[in-house]
Design a binder for this molecule. Sequence first.
Ligand code: 5AD
Ligand code: SF4
Length: 443
Amino acid sequence: MTKTFHVTTFGCQMNEHDSERMKGMLVALGYAETEEQRDAELILFNTCSIREKADSRFISYLQLAASYKRRNPEIVIGVGGCWAQSVKDDVFRQFPYVDVAFGPGQVHKLAEFLTSDSLTAQGFFEFEGFTGHLPSARERDVQGWVQISAGCNMKCSYCIVPSTRGRQVDRPLDELVAEVREMVDGGVIEVTLLGQNVNAYGRAVRDGERTSFAALLHALDEIDGLRRVRYTSPHPQDMTEDVVLAHATLDSVCPHMHLPLQSGSSRILKAMRRTYDRGRFLDRVGLIRGHNPDIALTTDIIVGFPGETEADFAQTLEVCEEVGFDGAFTFIYSPRRDTEAAAFTDDFVPHEVAVERMERLVETVQRRAAERAQRFVGRTLDVLVEGPSRTDPSRLRGRSGHGKTVNFSGLAQAGEIVPVQITGSTSQTLSGEMSLLARALVS
Ligand code: 5AD
Ligand code: SF4
């Protein structure tokens, strides 16, 4: 049955644009929009303004949503945008009925949440301030989402997906290529492929066709006008050399891979049933970087899994030091109903311990990400313009192929890909200036 959603948008044009991207993504995931908030199973708010307190109009809407949820606990409430960003995890403390919160423009975060039937994310959200009303920068929609598979055949012991979404089903390759071609004809230049275990694609196509994730990437690369292909989330087990090579050889496949580690301790990985150990994960990273030395690697990590000792956690920190991720989503373990790990109640890690580990983890990840980001300074990167910068409306904001947010000065329309000379970096964002000379050369 189709799930339904409703989005209430507060604030400026940029939020309107983000809401449209959110809606596009939800429709790609098979959701249908409702006119009224009270008819939706997924109620979303795209919030505005960096105020200490949320504005009262938003609160009254949110309380209304909470009253629907009291009647129907299956309803999911999500809060995104600038206010959510400004209070971060405090959203959950102030409004315990909120299921997911995400920062401005972090539509992919919502996609990950929804496709994983997940949890309360302790994110590592991109932090940018906000400065009131900004000019409209909305042009045609150039970014699209395509769900290539549903369900998951793995049995990760913490994960609710296998029990809620069932076994993996893949859509036929021809159908996906035709859909993407149509999107490109409609103006899309970047697609994100979605799936629970996206790189296991190809084995579970209904009509018996056998194909592979790499074959899909090759087929999409043939589509004229499709400039960027991204995907989320792959499993390290299925990160085969043909997929790694697709990054190296196909122009459209972005130099970014999100490769969930979950833990750096082989003992915990075993208890999580992740099917790889620390050594195998590091081998995969070696293979990926061997073929793609410049690729950005991001990851997901869970802290406080039952039985995680200080020594286990120290190994997670070690892997983060060694790999040097360009970013990470970090989660405190939370038991999910109908999962194997929900029964591991004996070795529960106390919440304070998990929070303290999380702080150390975020420090390590951020420090390494900041170091890694320095490699971009002095280079010219292609940036897909998304709109005005959130911190300084006289500047622009966009995303590089590596998935980095870039704030820059220049003149360009949302939806264009422009060369930007990078002059500065932090763990999360890059800054620079549009390179007019390079632009003249490409156009
Ligand atoms: N507790 C904490 N984090 C979880 N994730 C999935 N299930 C749980 C859970 N029960 C995290 C994993 C996954 C991401 C989408 O959510 O890190 O990769
Ligand atoms: Fe869940 Fe594991 Fe499947 Fe990911 S691979 S959806 S974590 S069972």
